[in-house]
Design a protein around this ligand. Structure first.
Ligand code: PBG
Length: 329
């Protein structure tokens, strides 16, 4: 091992060309998945106050977003519906309506831009009047097996509408295996599952809940099903179970505060491992920019590079389109 002055670490940083040549990781638009919110109605864009720069789009205007994503080199978009209030119910039955906002959006995107991947969220929270991801009994308990049955139905109608990846985000036990079995017996052999395998009960989801209209509705919190931020080893067990049940890819969520989990999962299992830079993380960057505390472009690129360095296969981020355009110049 040589040491100073034979070794000067700064030689490798002395010019842009050598920094580029020695870079251990690179960002590419294909690392990005762009989450999009769907609004009811026609020819509409609804800005989301707590997510500045992000809007809900009506189904007829979504395909244009998908085209922008494709043209920027983004391989996949993720869809989240803001279900009209009159269609929300205790049992979230609208989640099973093959003509709901989500399914109409899937069909219109697959019609217009068939070459982009469509990932759909499987969970009941955009459809329930209580804002929980599952069915709730009279005592307020979120029911596991009954919920799973409904999630299976939800995943099947999404797959039938053309979803390429279904992504259960509800954290019920056993749902990945149940969904995989149902997809297989329905002939959806190539519909993949990205399991929200280690999803934490986080304070960073607020703006998302505004976007899908569940924030004001939510009774209590999600700590009986989402993970305790105190736990790391438990995330490995969650991921192991979801892989055993047939998950093709796993996700860690939120993103930056859980990079340690991402690295441990990637190192332990080596499966495609995604990070979700969630709404509160996006909002923090935008708040920093608005306050003059930092500049958007370098903040976005540095945080996305951090995911790559930590081992992420890809990142779901609301900055995806902006970042993809920055990366390709
Ligand atoms: C709900 C779901 C949530 C997110 C994705 N799917 C919120 C929650 O669990 O309450 C959060 C995404 C974000 O904050 O950007 N099943």
């Amino acid at each position: 091992m040589s040491s100073y002055p034979a070794l000067r670490m700064r030689r490798g940083r002395s010019a842009q060309w050598i920094r580029e040549m020695l870079a251990e990781h690179r960002l590419h638009p294909s690392d990005l998945i762009w989450p999009l919110f769907i609004a009811d109605g026609k020819d509409g864009e609804e800005p989301i106050a707590s997510l500045p720069g992000v809007s809900r789009w009506t189904v007829d205007r979504l395909a244009a977003r998908a085209r922008e994503a494709r043209d920027a080199g983004i391989p996949c978009i993720a869809l989240f519906p803001n279900t009209p209030g009159n269609l929300r119910s205790d049992d979230g039955a609208e989640a099973l309506n093959p003509d709901n906002l989500m399914c109409r959006a899937i069909r219109s995107i697959k019609d217009a831009v068939p070459e982009i991947g469509v990932l759909t969220d499987v969970a009941l929270d955009p459809y329930t009047s209580h804002g929980h991801d599952g069915l709730v009994d009279d005592a307020g308990t979120v029911l596991n097996d009954e919920t799973t049955e409904q999630l299976v139905g939800q995943a099947l109608i999404q797959a039938a509408a053309g979803a390429d990846i279904v992504a259960p985000s509800d954290m019920m036990d056993g749902r990945v295996g149940a969904i995989r079995a149902a997809l297989e017996s329905d002939g959806h052999h190539n519909v993949a599952i990205m399991a929200y395998a280690a999803k934490y009960a986080s304070a960073f989801y607020g703006p998302f809940r505004d976007a899908v209209g569940s924030r004001g509705l939510l009774k209590g919190d999600k700590r009986t099903y989402q993970m305790d931020p105190a736990n790391g080893a438990e995330a490995l067990r969650e991921v192991e179970l979801d892989i055993a049940e047939g998950a093709d890819m796993v996700m860690i969520k939120p993103g930056l505060p859980y990079l340690d989990i991402l690295t441990r999962v990637k190192d332990a299992f080596g499966v495609p491992t995604f990070a979700y830079q969630v709404s509160g993380e996006y909002a923090m960057i935008e708040a920093a920019v608005a306050a003059g505390a930092g500049e958007r472009d370098p903040l976005v690129l540095e945080t996305l590079m951090a995911f790559k360095r930590a081992g992420a296969t890809g990142v779901l981020t609301y900055h995806a389109l902006h970042a993809a355009r920055l990366i390709t110049g």
